[in-house]
Design a protein around this ligand. Structure first.
Ligand code: GDP
Length: 453
């Protein structure tokens, strides 16, 4: 049995975690508690004070938490050594553990153990990453629900229904002398229909899940001086308390997240918009086009104190068939355009008047966004959502297999053939929760984890 251990971050406290059959044995060699007790005397979930010692020399004074199998994160014996923070001490403790027989953990090793030992399923394991990386309250809440097993329960429910179908079919196969009557066939079809509905609902939930997880990519476009940066600043000023700035990982821009109704909005390429304020170079149509293509939501900002210009029309054209809000800006000045303008109405009936400079109408803009995305309908208290493509693909596959099963029944194919299709559905569902996944897939999923989790 390997021991898996990892230290965790730099902070006021450093934690080295060990999991595995021999972790208490290793601990015994390096930890000198203030009050000596044998491991049998120490209860799980208790904390002991003492020193980590190597060759008689104290490395640090620590608190050690004990978790006894099976009541631990991994279900194995586990301990967590809480030391003073800082790289040197933690690294040193880690080294001493390694010297005394532990192995270095891979990213996600602890959660992987929890999964392989059957304490959590794959959906719950995946949600651990989501909890850690949550950017908004709603996202964290959804991830927590998944960690608690809400989605797993839903899948189990569907699986149970399919099992019932399977039983009906198998009974019919086992007793061929009794003809399967139409009532039974209709019942089976009804049950499959019911399952299909539930799966389709789950599939749809992916869109909400995606919104919650990745945020709504928002583009603010408009011709130079329409007020793009002023609008962005007005939004950010309002949201200051909850605005977080993330270094873009793939690009060198700073991406801003704002939260509306608990949903993160990611304003695309705001750095570009900001730069344009100081630079002679303003965002041209080409650039607007690129940004608009990336966006889930387009906010077109128009200087309402001026007549519509050719460039405004070109920009409006970019938003055709996309979720668009038209913002009429500079309403503090004498307006030349209003919401009845036909050219605007052609593109979107969602038109909001604001004054970015005076921060007037920003609330109205939020309300418009909320309506457009039905954000208030994303009720997370009861919602079970699927949050990643892996899950979605298997749900899709399950829907397809339910359809095929219905088809074979309707075509009055032999029941043992129907049974094969039903087994496929069960397999799809098992793939979602990780019952049947291969080692490669498991490795890929856990490689996304951070160290120490
Ligand atoms: P951008 O080029 O689209 O980013 O436009 P800016 O946000 O830089 O604004 C261009 C000019 O319009 C600036 O001088 C702003 O102060 C001004 N401006 C922006 N919003 C308003 C507004 O609501 N009312 C008035 N009167 N001026 C505004």
């Amino acid at each position: 049995m390997r021991q898996y251990l990892r230290h965790h971050g730099i902070g006021g406290i450093g934690i080295v975690r060990m999991s595995g059959e021999k972790c208490f044995e290793i601990l015994d060699k390096i930890f000198v508690p203030k009050k000596k007790q044998s491991i049998d005397e120490i209860r799980g979930y208790s904390i002991k004070y003492g020193n980590i010692v190597e060759n008689g020399e104290i490395i640090d004074e620590v608190l050690v938490s004990y978790f006894k199998a099976p009541k631990s994160y991994t279900t194995e014996n586990m301990c967590e050594i809480n030391s003073h923070g800082g790289n040197i001490v933690v690294k040193k403790i880690l080294e001493v553990c390694l010297k005394n027989g532990a192995d270095l953990a891979e990213p996600g090793e602890f959660t992987k153990r929890a999964f392989l030992n059957g304490r959590i399923d794959l959906l719950q394991a995946e949600s651990v990453v989501d909890v850690i990386h949550a950017k908004s309250e709603k996202e964290a809440k959804t991830a927590m629900k998944q960690l608690e097993g809400a989605l797993s329960k839903k899948i189990a429910e569907i699986k149970q229904e399919i099992m019932e179908v399977m039983v009906s079919i198998e009974v019919a196969i086992d007793y061929p002398e009794y003809d399967v009557d139409d009532v039974t066939i209709n019942q089976i079809l009804d049950m499959l229909e019911h399952v299909e509905k539930k799966l389709i609902q789950l599939e749809k939930s992916f869109d909400n899940g995606k919104i919650i997880k990745e945020g709504i990519k928002t583009a603010i476009i408009g011709r130079p001086n329409a007020g793009k940066s002023s609008l962005l600043n007005a939004i950010l000023r309002e949201e200051r308390a909850i605005v977080t700035e993330y270094e873009g990982t793939t690009r060198d821009t700073i991406e801003e997240f704002i939260t509306i109704e608990g949903i993160p909005f990611k304003v695309i390429d705001t750095a570009g918009i900001r730069e344009s304020k100081d630079e002679v170079e303003k965002i041209g149509i080409e650039k607007s086009k690129q940004i608009a293509n990336l966006a889930d939501l387009i906010i077109i900002i128009i200087d309402a104190s001026k007549d519509l210009e050719a460039e405004d029309l070109e920009i409006l054209e970019l938003a055709k068939n996309k979720k668009t809000i038209i913002v009429l800006n500079k309403m503090d000045l004498k307006a030349k355009i209003d919401e009845n303008n036909l050219k605007l109405k052609e593109i979107s009936d969602c038109i909001v008047k604001i004054s970015a400079l005076n921060q007037i109408g920003i609330d109205e803009l939020y309300k418009a966004i909320t309506r457009l995305f039905h954000l208030n309908e994303i009720n997370l208290d009861n919602a079970v959502v699927i949050t990643n493509v892996r899950q979605k693909n298997f749900v899709n596959q399950a829907i397809k297999d339910v359809k095929k099963t219905k088809d074979t029944i309707e075509k009055q194919m032999p029941l043992d053939i129907v049974a094969i299709f039903i087994k496929n559905i069960l397999e799809d569902l098992g793939n979602i929760t990780g019952e049947f996944v291969t080692e490669n897939i498991i490795d890929e999923i856990f490689s996304k984890f951070c160290l120490g989790k």
